[in-house]
Design a protein. Structure first.
Length: 245
């Protein structure tokens, strides 16, 4: 499905990002993975190599222009181009509005939103020149509906939706599509730490009755990265079990 395409995935060391990278690699893409943890990235690259895929690890902080530019440059240097960018990197620093510190706001917006902007800007220079590209932003259901105690996170993820739509309009004439995926409650390392009671309470909010898994999100990203979605841009696809409609 993605044979010979070159895909860059941020926040790929674990969870949703790791699942996205593995699924794309299994579908023929050459993968450049990014995160802060070099050890986890190296393990992911080894896993991809084990089933015959091609992958490169580039550790760094994508909220820093130099690191983000270096990530895209490394992809071009190693594989010749960038066809697909998945802006998945994200962090949380939850807290009630009245207690939230400036640095908690800034750090979340820097990684979740500014990082996506910087990576998109760098990749778009390559994509527009080649007149081909697929950009997928991983937002969140709470970016659509809000959530108490997550003003910074919700703002960053809502901002990603606005960034998606604006960039989709700007880049469409160069055959570059930009879409967003909004996961709901997804089983990850973080949710594994929750008690059964809390997990049951979360599942009760979801019409389909259960949490999703990272592969559910990865499949949606694969669709947007493939030619099956060539006439779709500026759209937001919820992967949330009906939690938000």
């Amino acid at each position: 499905m993605l044979k010979d395409k070159v895909a860059v995935v941020t926040g790929a060391s674990r969870g949703i990002g790791k699942s996205i990278a593995l699924l794309m690699a299994r579908n023929g893409a050459r993968i450049v993975v990014s995160a802060r943890n070099q050890t986890l990235l190296d393990a992911l690259v080894a896993e991809i190599h084990a089933f015959g895929g091609e992958a490169l690890a580039v550790a760094g902080d994508i909220s820093l222009t130099e690191d983000a530019n270096q990530l895209i440059a490394a992809a071009v240097e190693s594989f010749g181009r960038v066809d697909i960018l998945v802006n998945n990197a994200g962090i949380t620093h939850d807290g009630l509005l009245l207690r939230m510190k400036d640095e908690d706001w800034d750090s979340v917006l820097d990684i979740n939103l500014k990082g996506a902007f910087i990576c998109t800007r760098a990749a778009a220079k390559i994509m527009t020149k080649n007149r081909y590209g697929r950009i997928i932003n991983i937002s969140s259901v709470v970016g659509e509906m809000g959530n108490a105690g997550q003003a910074n996170y919700c703002a960053s993820k809502a901002g990603l939706i606005g960034l998606t739509k604006s960039n989709a309009r700007e880049l469409a004439k160069r055959n570059v599509t930009v879409n967003a995926v909004t996961p709901g409650f997804i089983t990850t390392d973080m949710t594994d730490e929750l008690s059964d009671k809390v997990r049951d309470e979360l599942a009760a909010q979801i019409p389909l009755g259960s949490l999703g898994d990272a592969d559910d999100v990865a499949e949606a990203v694969l669709f947007f990265a493939s030619e099956r979605s060539k006439y779709i841009t500026g759209q937001v696809l919820g992967v949330n079990g009906g939690m938000y409609m």
